[in-house]
Ligand binder design. Structure first.
Ligand code: DGJ
Length: 728
């Protein structure tokens, strides 16, 4: 396993446990993509580059260079030289024209993986990961491109990124620089993506790849509610268990594109990178540009394998937090309980009641600072509002701690309200186009985090608050998208750098935060789940999944999210009913079972809910503690999908050692006169016996997986069941 180079054949072979990726060089040095798929035992060869078919390589027939490039399966296509499919690199030289051509220069194979300057990225020990760098040059532009491939053999993952260096003496402009490309012959691929909106993030969408370009993207400055930096090409009939999948996810939290293009010879080109819109980066002599990382996996065993590859990879190689496998406190958040209408007394009342029920942390949400009594002011003025928090923050934290709970706090550090002391002092700190009145979204502007002094200020506001009291948790929110892309600090020819520099500013702040407060539990959030991406997971082990906590809507949202992200990264709470977004009533127990598939917490006024509901909380908290290690570290299997096909939803988490598994079954709408439902478990040991906890029922692993378990039919909408099968 790992990386090999076969000099005679000029082939690089990247092996993971179940996959092989082959890269080959043409005689003149174009870097071609030969193969990605099931593991090959032999060295492989380069006939799939089709260099023996007309129009042959340009060194054999110079007149046909464009025809060759326009069909050649390439690792990193460049624009302007005759490959008319989507390019990954567009460079404007000093002459003003666009065109670049990368030819192989040399390579380097190293154990381990180096950090990516200023960016979140996967990591691993030398025994976990090997890296190949293919160094290419454009001798005319005096530009070097280092194509980086890191191979994480045990989770079948290959990560890709590109570093562009200006090694000449002329000023270059990068107008587009993507992170990865995968050229393949089409196999009637379907494209699977995650789409949505506020309160309905990451719904699974799947459809046949058609001729031309199909993409998902964001130019909103964040990965977004609407589309997600993820794309998978799947063979027809792919299910959870069978079918082939090529998937890419982007370790980045800003603008992106993820595109599939089916072109004239039946080739599909799949690309991923920072969106070229609003992007233009100056690359002066001696400078370099580092792209974010794209994460690739291939599965020949259906979507389930793809999912588990991502889960294992993110848990082990992206999430750094010491809390990732730890006992995270069950929290209660006051947002839906009070919105902006709270004070210390109200929070302490909630904390006392929560403490009695076994809840372990109170999170004070939006509205504790400046004069913020609704959402139209004070962002940027991060001083405690002592009309609400009457004796100050240390006193409130102490009182909450006295009630037996830890304390957590909400910030929205990237923003500035027009009605704030900060804006009155520094109107130029808001992102805006000179002479044009900036657009408000939720009555706020966005701070220009391309400016180091703004990053310093915003960071210091958070740090000062965290230093004043023992605060265990921060919810880092971001409630609007970017527009009016202009910085009063960047030079005219550098305005195209703003959106990426903004994201780098966010990363810098979060990096400082996790370094200065290593024990802090950080939860990212963006108006619900608009920035749920692997870039954010590098800083926070959990991300708020959606503002919609309705148990039924959450089935769809959490199914889509868990398609790639580990369960324990999904912020999931039990909310009040009727649900604040959809007005639906669901049983308290069902809300609990659904939230158990995520981080688990409460988002309601515990002093106001019914006694019957309050009395269920200690048992729910007990369930969370019981199943937490399984949910944080186990293998996730999707057994049935309400959002796709069935009247019920069902998922399973099996321990890696197969000793036990937890199945959650949610009957959405009851149906009349139906049989029990059969569900087929996964991830068990066929030969072992399993007891269904709380009963005398014993089954073999083989029976549960091949014959299935019968969920008794029952009456009632929105009801749910947990089944815990334990090795007997
Ligand atoms: C959006 C978040 O998703 C909510 O949970 C809440 O924190 C609000 N912002 C507060 O403004």
């Amino acid at each position: 396993m790992g990386i090999s180079y076969f000099e005679e054949k000029k082939i690089f072979k990247l092996d993971t446990e179940r996959t092989t990726y082959l890269i080959g060089l043409s005689p003149e040095g174009y870097v071609g993509h030969i193969y990605y798929g099931r593991r090959l035992l032999g060295e492989g060869s380069n006939y799939l580059l089709r260099m023996q078919e007309p129009p042959y390589t340009p060194s054999v027939n110079l007149r046909e260079k464009s025809s060759f490039l326009d069909a050649f399966p390439t690792e990193y296509p460049t624009g302007g030289i005759g490959d008319y499919r989507e390019s990954c690199l567009d460079v404007r030289g000093e002459s003003g024209s666009i065109g670049s051509e990368l030819l192989f220069d040399s390579y380097r194979i190293l154990k381990g993986k180096e950090k990516l300057a200023g960016l979140p990225a996967s990591f691993g020990r030398q025994e976990d990961v090997e890296t190949l760098e293919i160094i290419c040059e454009d001798s005319i532009l005096q530009l070097r491109a280092i194509l980086s491939y890191s191979v994480f053999a045990c989770c079948d993952m290959i990560t890709r990124s590109v570093r562009i260096e200006n090694i000449g003496s002329r000023h270059l402009k990068l107008e587009k620089v993507y992170s990865a490309c995968l050229d393949m012959d089409n196999r009637d691929f379907e494209m699977l993506t995650l789409t949505g909106s506020w309160a309905r993030e990451r719904c699974i969408q799947r459809g046949r790849v058609r001729y031309g370009k199909q993409m998902v993207s964001s130019v909103r400055g964040e990965s977004s509610h609407q589309e997600h930096p993820f794309i998978a090409l799947v063979t027809p009939e792919t299910t959870q268990e069978s079918g082939e999948i090529y998937a890419m996810n982007f370790v980045y939290s800003g603008n992106f594109i993820a595109q599939a293009e089916l072109s004239q010879y039946g080739n599909v080109r799949m690309v991923m990178g920072i969106h070229e819109d609003y992007f233009c980066w100056n690359l002066r002599p001696g400078e370099m540009f580092q792209t974010p990382e794209a994460v690739l996996t291939y599965s020949a065993q259906g979507l389930g394998r793809m999912t588990r590859n991502f889960h294992d990879f993110y848990r082990e190689h992206i999430i750094r937090s010491p809390h990732k496998y730890g006992k995270r406190p069950v929290l209660i958040n006051n947002w839906e309980a009070t919105y902006f209408d709270f004070d210390s007394e109200k929070l302490v009342d909630i904390a006392k009641e929560a403490g009695k029920a076994g809840i372990e942390m109170l999170v004070m949400d939006d509205g504790w600072f400046g004069k913020r009594n609704c959402d139209d002011s004070s962002l940027g003025d991060w001083t405690v509002n002592e009309e609400k928090i009457t004796a100050g923050l240390p006193d409130l934290v102490q009182r909450v701690n006295d009630a037996g709970l830890k304390f957590g706090i909400w910030f929205e550090p990237e923003m500035i309200s027009p009605d704030s002391d900060l804006y009155r002092a520094h109107p130029d700190w808001a992102i805006q186009i000179k002479g044009r009145r900036p657009t408000q979204i939720r009555a706020q502007y966005v701070l220009d985090l391309s400016r180091p002094e703004v990053v310093d200020y915003a960071y210091k506001c958070i740090a000062d608050i965290l230093h004043c009291a023992p605060i265990a948790y921060v919810k880092w929110d971001m409630n609007r998208q970017l527009c009016d892309i202009g910085s009063s600090c960047l030079k005219e020819d550098a305005q195209g750098e703003l959106m990426h520099r903004y994201v780098l500013g966010v990363y810098e702040m979060q990096e400082r935060l996790v370094n200065e407060f290593p024990d802090l539990l950080l939860e990212n959030c963006s108006g619900g789940g608009a920035r749920f991406d692997p870039g954010m997971l590098y800083y926070s082990p959990q991300i708020w999944c959606s503002d919609d906590v309705d148990a039924v809507e959450r089935l769809r949202i959490q199914e889509g999210t868990a398609l790639i992200y580990p369960l324990a990264s999904m912020g999931a709470h039990i909310g009040d009913c009727p649900n604040h977004v959809v007005g639906r009533n669901t049983p308290f127990a069902t809300r609990g079972h659904v939230a158990l598939a995520g981080t688990f917490g409460y988002e309601l006024d515990i002093t106001q809910i019914s006694k019957e509901e309050r009395e269920q909380i200690p048992e729910q908290v007990g369930l969370y503690h019981k199943y937490r290690p399984l949910i944080q570290g186990g293998d996730y299997y999707r057994l049935a999908s309400w959002s796709m096909e069935k009247p019920y939803d069902c998922w399973e988490v099996a321990a890696k050692d197969k000793s036990h598994a937890l199945v959650t079954f949610v009957q959405v709408l009851a149906q009349p006169n139906v049989h029990s439902r059969v569900i087929y478990l996964r991830g068990l040991e066929e030969k072992w016996k399993y007891r269904l906890e709380g009963t005398e029922e014993i089954y073999s692993g083989e029976e549960l997986m091949k014959c299935g378990y019968l969920v008794p039919s029952c009456k009632g909408d929105f009801i749910s069941f947990l089944y815990h099968f334990v090795r007997n």
